[in-house]
Write a protein that binds this ligand. Structure first.
Ligand SMILES: *Cc1c(COP(=O)(O)O)cnc(C)c1O
Length: 465
């Protein structure tokens, strides 16, 4: 090693002196000392390599500190943490979909902390079946003969197709070959299951005769898929569920439906018509219905399958199930959430409470928040605006929810600067932007979130004065 390199390397601060800096202790509180040390030494190692390779001939004193701080900040930001959802999207996949009901959280914590009868039959003292109670509740709520719970809805569909159609044909309308959330594509799941996709109809129109003429002795089932956020307007035609059920029965095929969000209660009276409930699908003659646990059901991530007992039994004994099985904490949260549905206690399920909240209630919450902000931030522009919120998760895409937001514009920060500041706040706050204003939709705010928003904006104001 030649001398100039050595001189630069020797001049680098020691790890001990870096870790003794005041600002480092803040990161130690969040990440722990060993993680901070590992990030700092990774940065130092890379710097040393650059020096030895001759890519760096001088290193400024605070450049090292700044690089280490930058890496620590990135690490802190990626840590899973609660945040404030002021976007008005209730089932927001990027923000963790449904917040859980208090009862679900408590049940989950008690099961997490302790041993449980997860697979133990307390009446006989013998081995029991995982998911028993959640499945019993699903049967009662949906009117289906049998139920099965797996890791998520994608897993539910994969399991159904593998167990019932591997090596055989599955008929799907071209209007339903959707991609959901960027990573779930019906054709890919079908391929993975070993079933062969037979597309029928066109993107906008599919008739009973299209299904009829696609049926061969190789056909195993007809798959109906909820189109989620994807809608073709105008000149469209699809085959009613009951017609498909008749066709499947006559041809000795199964009708499987991916219902996506899986609405358990009719929400027409809350101003949300147009989604079939799971029990309506069962009544209409669908053999198996699959749906998510963390969309409008308002529970944890899970895939629910309800329908014919003989088909569910086949899936239960299919080996893939073992790879898709549900964790005990998920089952605990799902059981508790389903119990709330069974009791009709929707208002205790946050996602349902938000979706069915009345416009008047939302308006008065927005007014209270706006008044507080006006008092605290006299030089800012603060007003209440009428906005549209969304259910999210693919349900009710044609039914924007009438809501209210508090619009805020700062006299000294641009909307981007303010958004950046809020994303770095503890807890981070995610909101919408409209023109020069930030919009805080109040529908999706949880208890205490208004205080976080107030504190963050006051701090933003203080920092800029
Ligand atoms: C959301 C959705 C899925 C995926 O469900 P996950 O529980 O996220 O696996 C599948 N199909 C439809 C129609 C959906 O809306």
């Amino acid at each position: 090693m030649n001398d100039p390199f050595n001189a630069i390397l020797r001049a680098l601060p020691s790890m001990d002196s870096l870790l003794a800096k005041g600002w480092v202790s803040l990161f130690e509180d969040e990440l722990g000392r060993s993680a901070v040390k590992s990030i700092a030494s990774e940065a130092m190692d890379e710097l040393r390599k650059e020096i030895i390779a001759g890519q760096r001939v001088e290193v400024e004193e605070n450049a090292i500190e700044e690089e280490i701080r930058r890496r620590l900040e990135v690490r802190v930001k990626t840590k899973l943490k609660p945040l404030v959802n002021a976007t008005g999207v209730v089932v927001h996949t990027n923000l963790g979909r449904s917040p859980l009901a208090q009862e679900a959280i408590e049940t989950m914590a008690s099961i997490a902390r302790s041993y449980s009868n997860l697979e133990y039959d307390l009446s006989g003292g013998s081995r029991g079946h995982r998911g028993d109670h959640a499945e019993w509740l699903l049967e009662r709520i949906t009117g289906a003969e049998s139920a099965l719970v797996v890791n998520n809805n994608a897993g539910a569909i994969l399991l159904a197709l593998s167990a019932l159609a591997k090596g055989r044909e599955v008929i799907v309308s071209r209007g339903e070959l959707v991609e959901i959330g960027g990573s779930f594509r019906i054709p890919e799941i079908l391929e993975l299951s070993g079933a062969k996709l037979v597309e029928v109809g066109t993107t906008n129109r599919t008739y009973p005769k299209d299904y009829q003429s696609a049926i061969t002795d190789q056909t195993a089932l007809i798959l109906k898929v909820h189109p989620s956020n994807y809608r073709i307007m105008g000149f469209t035609s699809s085959v009613p569920r009951s017609t498909l059920a008749d066709l499947a029965r006559q041809s000795r095929l199964y009708l499987v439906e991916d219902l996506g969000s899986g609405v358990l209660e009719d929400l027409t009276e809350s101003g949300l018509p147009g989604e079939s409930t799971v029990s309506e699908c069962i009544k209409d003659g669908v053999d198996l219905v699959t749906f998510s646990g963390d969309k409008l059901l308002g529970g944890p991530q899970a895939g629910c399958i309800v329908g014919r007992r003989d088909l569910i039994d086949r899936m239960r004994s299919y080996p893939l199930l073992r790879a898709l099985r549900t964790d005990k904490m998920t089952l605990a949260a799902l059981e508790a959430t389903l119990s709330l549905h069974m009791r009709g206690d929707w208002s205790s399920i946050p996602a349902l409470a938000m979706v069915t909240a009345s416009a008047e209630d939302i308006l008065s919450r927005a007014e209270v928040l706006a008044e507080k902000l006006k008092k605290e931030l006299p030089s800012w522009r603060v007003s209440v605006k009428k906005v549209y919120d969304v259910v999210g998760g693919g349900a009710f895409p044609e039914h924007p929810l009438e809501g209210y937001a508090v619009a805020v514009a700062s006299p000294h920060m641009s909307e981007e600067e303010l958004c950046d500041f809020l994303r770095s706040f503890k807890p981070p706050i995610i909101c919408n932007v409209s023109g020069k204003s930030l919009l805080f939709h109040v529908r999706t705010l949880l208890l205490g979130d208004e205080d976080h928003i107030e504190r963050a904006l006051v701090e933003a104001w203080g920092g800029g004065r």
